[in-house]
Write a protein that binds this ligand. Structure first.
Ligand code: GNR
Ligand code: NI
Length: 167
C-alpha cells in the first residue's frame, strides 16, 4: 500500500478525461487500496483517480465519522437525478478553498465494483454531493467551474496569496 501524490490546481492534468476501466485485475485492486490510503491520509471524504494522475474511471468515498464505510465506484454513470441542494464544498486539489455549489439532491448511479460486478447505487444529501464531485473530476471538471467568474477569480486569488504566504 502507498499514499499517492494529489495533484493541485492549476495542474492541467486535472482536466484529463478518464477512460473506462476494462481490466478488473490485481493491479486495479492494489490501486483502489492505494486510493483509500491516500484519501484517509489526507482526511478527505472522497478521491477520484484523476487527482492522483491516473486517468481511469475509479472513485472512492467514505463519508462516515469512523472512516469505516468505504465505497468504490468504477465506470460510474448517473442514470437519474432529482432535486437540488446547495452545499459548501472543498477539494483536496484546492487546499483551503471552500465554496457553495448547487447540485442534484439525489442521484442514482450505475457502476461496477472492483470485480467488475455491475450494481446500482442511490445517494442523497452530502453523499450525493460527493458522488457528483468525484464524477466531475473523472470528466476533467472541478468545483470552481460552477462559480461565477467574479467569485472564482476572487477565491483563486486568495488561494494564490495563501500559497505564497506558506511557501
Ligand atoms: O474531502 C473532501 N471534502 C468535500 C467536502 C464537500 C464537498 C466535496 C468534498 S470532496 C473532498 C475530497 C476531494 O477533493 N475529492 O475529490
Ligand atoms: Ni475534489
Amino acid at each position: 500500500m502507498s499514499v499517492l501524490t494529489i495533484l493541485e490546481f492549476p495542474d492541467p492534468r486535472l482536466r484529463t478525461k478518464a477512460a473506462p476501466v476494462t481490466a478488473f485485475d490485481d493491479a486495479l485492486k492494489q490501486f483502489v487500496a492505494d486510493m483509500f490510503e491516500t484519501m484517509y491520509a489526507a482526511n478527505g471524504v472522497g478521491l477520484a483517480a484523476t487527482q492522483v494522475n491516473v486517468h481511469q474511471q475509479v472513485l472512492v468515498i467514505d463519508m462516515s465519522e469512523e472512516r469505516d464505510q468505504p465505497l468504490v465506484l468504477i465506470n460510474a454513470e448517473i442514470v437519474e437525478k432529482e432535486g437540488a441542494q446547495v452545499y459548501q464544498e472543498g477539494c483536496l486539489s484546492f487546499p483551503g478553498l471552500y465554496a457553495d455549489v448547487t447540485r442534484a439532491l439525489k442521484v442514482k448511479v450505475k457502476a461496477q465494483d472492483v470485480d467488475g460486478q455491475p450494481f446500482t447505487y442511490e445517494a442523497e444529501g452530502p453523499l450525493a454531493v460527493a458522488v457528483q464531485h468525484e464524477m466531475d473530476h473523472l470528466a476533467g471538471k472541478v468545483f470552481v467551474d460552477y462559480l461565477s467568474s467574479l467569485k472564482r477569480s476572487m477565491l483563486l486569488k486568495r488561494l494564490e496569496k495563501q500559497r505564497k504566504a506558506s511557501a
